[in-house]
Write a protein that binds this ligand. Structure first.
Ligand code: FES
Ligand code: FES
Length: 483
């Protein structure tokens, strides 16, 4: 799928590689969109991947000396969901991140990647646009800061040049008099692409609106602001009449198209409905309703941050110990799978799923969709559940992987496996390894999960035959059994 895979350990080296291979190279972090595009042959121009996930210091969420919240380019969706700063001062962004894909996707996918993909249906762009965020782009030529209005140029088109890297996302935190909300309409509860989404941020002066910012997703070539609605609300109380009028004005800002997820007229109408719903929730202070206090992230270990060190002794394999780790052609991937050090040759252009199955013959991990939708390929990579069909195999170099073959210990099944058997949570069994891995990751993270947390943990796993009740009950029982 790609000819060369580089793993730089500094931004400077990443930028140098980007400049050297400009036009043929893409940066990769989570890769949840890019791997899919490469698999589908939609990126014939991309021959070089530059993996920036080993660069230290790029996954921070912090309030800077300028008072703004800064997200590094490696901040994942799940990190935002868990961030006390984002939950307190950028709540619509935390809500949007929670709506992205499934836990496995949110563990790999980054907010920066979501912005760069530039689909008008991408969830995180909407609240960030409503919060007037900026992006900082860097290349060997220098840095520039762009507003979203300047950054986005059309469907999946941005102002980012081929040699640039998005190095910072920044926005002002919500003030004590401001409240914000993100609402999304999808065709299903999880793993859904937006039919319509709305983010509203309102600054209150007593009962009145001092300032309103409303952004609309999936209803135009880029995210759009509902400027007329914003202007109309300024200085008014959020009465039912004012909210109804703002909903009408927001509908007027939408320019939707018909597509597989819904006809244009329906989308426009849903803009009106969601805008009204958002404003009512803000008026009532009910924007946090339904947002989980302790979401299941499938962090079996750690706090959702990817290690930047390579667990490979210097001198072994391709690590030069200095600036850039480089893998091409026959160079081996040295990794630890189920506690065993393995050396794999010839897998540099594969996904992790294919490497596990084809090279290591660990066929317990299944390919269902190959697109991050079904969860059958779930493994635990460096302590987090991921979809292995969307992970480049070279990312496993220096990593630790747990597959379904490795969860039983000392000749005894893991409590999740044993409970699956007792509850008849298996029929054809194709989905089972993925469910087991999600269950194992969940219990390592939350030893006594609620029914809701188990549902959240299984949001990225599909089963076509068993039905879900026995799966939920099995994990409840396994939690009771405890490790
Ligand atoms: Fe990876 Fe379906 S999610 S095969
Ligand atoms: Fe057959 Fe789940 S048991 S797909």
């Amino acid at each position: 799928m790609w000819k060369a895979y580089y793993t730089p350990v500094s931004v400077e080296e990443a930028l140098r590689l980007l400049a050297e291979h400009a036009g043929r190279a893409r940066l990769i972090a989570g890769g949840t969109d890019l791997i899919l595009e490469l698999e589908r042959g939609q990126r014939p121009d991309v021959e070089v991947l530059i993996d920036i996930t080993r660069i230290p210091g790029l996954d921070t969420i912090e309030q800077g000396p300028d008072g703004r919240i800064h997200l590094g380019p490696l901040v994942t969706h799940n990190q935002v969901v868990a961030s006390p700063l984002c939950r307190a001062r950028a709540f619509p962004l935390a809500q949007a991140c929670w709506e992205v894909g499934s836990p496995q996707i949110r563990n790999r996918g980054t907010v920066a990647g979501n912005l760069i993909t530039a689909s008008p249906a991408n969830d995180t762009i909407v609240p960030l646009w409503a919060m007037d965020a900026t992006v900082t782009l860097q290349s060997v030529r220098g840095r520039r800061i762009l507003s979203f209005e300047d950054f986005y140029q059309g469907v999946r088109r941005t102002a980012m040049a081929p040699d640039e890297m998005l190095v910072d996302i920044a926005f002002a935190p919500l003030e004590p008099n401001e409240r914000g909300i993100f609402l999304k309409l999808g065709l299903r509860r999880f793993q859904a692409i937006s039919v319509v989404s709305v983010a509203a941020v309102v600054a209150f002066d007593g009962e009145r609106v001092a300032r309103a910012r409303i952004a609309l997703g999936a209803v135009a070539p880029t995210i759009v602001r509902a400027r007329e609605a914003e202007d109309f609300l300024q200085g008014r109380a959020l009465t039912d009449d004012a909210i109804a009028r703002a909903g009408e004005l927001a509908r007027g800002a939408a320019r939707p198209i018909d597509d597989i997820r819904g006809p244009a007229w329906y989308r426009a109408e849903m803009v009106r409905v969601l805008t009204m719903r958002a404003l009512r929730r803000l008026r009532e202070g009910a924007e946090r309703e339904g947002f989980p206090e302790r979401p299941a992230q499938l962090w079996a270990r750690g706090e959702g941050r990817w290690p930047t060190w390579l667990q490979v002794p210097p001198g072994l394999a391709t690590w030069d110990g200095q600036v850039c780790h480089r893998e091409e052609g026959p160079e081996p991937i040295v990794t630890t799978v189920n506690g065993q050090r393995v050396v794999v040759h010839g897998a540099n252009d594969k996904t992790l799923l294919r490497m596990l199955r084809e090279d290591l013959h660990l066929t317990g991990t299944k390919e269902g969709c190959g697109e991050g939708e079904c969860g059958a390929c779930t493994v635990i990579l460096d302590g987090m559940a991921v979809m292995s069909c969307l992970v480049p195999a070279p990312r496993a170099h220096g990593a630790e992987i747990l597959t379904v073959e490795g969860v039983a210990a000392g000749g005894r099944l893991h409590p999740v496996q044993a409970a699956f058997i007792r509850h008849g949570a298996v029929q054809c069994g194709y989905c089972t390894p993925g469910f087991v891995m999600s269950g194992v990751a969940l219990l390592a993270e939350i030893p006594r999960p609620t029914r809701d947390q188990i549902r959240q943990a299984f949001a990225g796993n599909l089963c076509r035959c068993t039905g879900y009740y026995s799966l939920l009950e099995a994990v409840e029982e396994a939690a009771g059994a405890g490790p």
